[in-house]
Design a protein around this ligand. Structure first.
Ligand code: A3P
Length: 285
């Protein structure tokens, strides 16, 4: 890991930086932005089904979600360059994923007034999920043990930088950029159907109630865990024997990881780091 424009990064997300920076967004593009492990795949799949669910049955069963919705800044030798994949997307709209903090998003997205869906997840569950992801993903830095990892998380030394700045930076952006919908993972767990409706209304989609209900059913955790399109089993650098990608899908799993002392320390750090933002999270539902 190294410092890149003030945030911790690995070369997998900076090697193609000139192209990322100069990426040409379009007015009808939809950008899904998240801190890693906040529910990116979940919202990606919902959007893909809303737009293309009825288009091509072959595509629905064979093409993994990470191919359908390219990860803008990533650059893995196993795949072609993702900016090129986005350029080659023939779908309208193009749906694109990013984990970039708001200040690093290519400026053409703002210039084109593209729609953006940001998904945020409470810090404690986000940290736990990221810890297990770093254990199983061989292109991520070794997380060490949980104690060590949590210290690192509190210091913001994770790939894509501090969770605190990420969620609050995007929250501030929402105050001035109206084409941004800010969703919470906890709301999605609480009532997926309601959030699908919220997405439809933001995107101006008049999807039929039956269709929305079908989508809501198809994107439940157990369905996505069984689904090859969404469970990432085809990614060669992930070791599913260590931890599955679709791991628990819960709000409050942090309680089985944080000790009482860690929780107290975390709450103190949280209070400090989040003192200037109005964004509020739920750590249980
Ligand atoms: P856990 O590790 O807590 O299980 P991302 O897609 O941003 O990498 O986020 C992955 C996290 O979202 C994982 O969290 C994963 O299980 C969870 N997730 C993915 N699909 C989900 C769904 N349909 N319902 C609930 N959680 C889901």
């Amino acid at each position: 890991m190294f410092d890149f424009e003030g945030i911790s990064m690995t070369h997998f997300f900076t090697d193609n930086w000139e192209k990322v920076k100069n990426f040409q967004a379009r007015p009808d593009d939809i950008l899904i932005a998240t801190y890693p492990k906040a529910g990116t795949t979940w919202v990606s799949y919902i959007l893909d089904l809303l737009y293309f669910g009825n288009d091509d049955p072959e595509r629905q069963t064979s093409e993994p979600i990470y191919i359908r919705i390219p990860f803008l800044e990533s650059c893995f030798q196993e795949f072609s360059t993702w900016t090129e994949m986005v350029d080659n997307l023939s779908t309208v709209p193009r749906i694109i994923k990013t984990h970039l903090p708001v200040q690093l998003v290519p400026k053409s997205f703002w210039e084109q007034n593209s729609r953006i869906v940001y998904v945020a997840r409470n810090a404690k569950d986000n940290a736990v999920s990221y810890f297990h992801f770093d254990r199983m993903n061989m292109v991520q830095p070794e997380p060490g043990d949980w104690d060590h990892y949590l210290e690192k998380f509190m210091k913001g030394k994770n790939v894509f930088g501090p969770w605190f700045d990420h969620v609050s930076g995007w929250w501030e952006k929402k105050q001035t950029y109206s084409n941004l919908l800010y969703l919470f993972y906890e709301d999605l767990v609480e009532d997926t159907g309601r959030e699908v409706e919220r997405l439809c209304s933001f995107l101006g989609l008049s999807t039929l109630v039956e269709e929305r209900e079908k989508i809501t059913k198809g994107v439940q955790f157990d369905a996505m865990k069984q689904n090859k399109v969404t469970n990432h089993v085809t990614i060669p650098f992930m070791d599913f024997k260590i931890s599955p990608f679709m791991r628990k899908g819960k709000v409050g799993d942090w309680k089985s990881h944080f000790t009482v002392a860690q929780n107290e320390q975390f709450d103190e750090v949280y209070k400090q780091k989040m003192k200037n933002t109005t964004v509020k999270f739920r750590t249980e539902i």
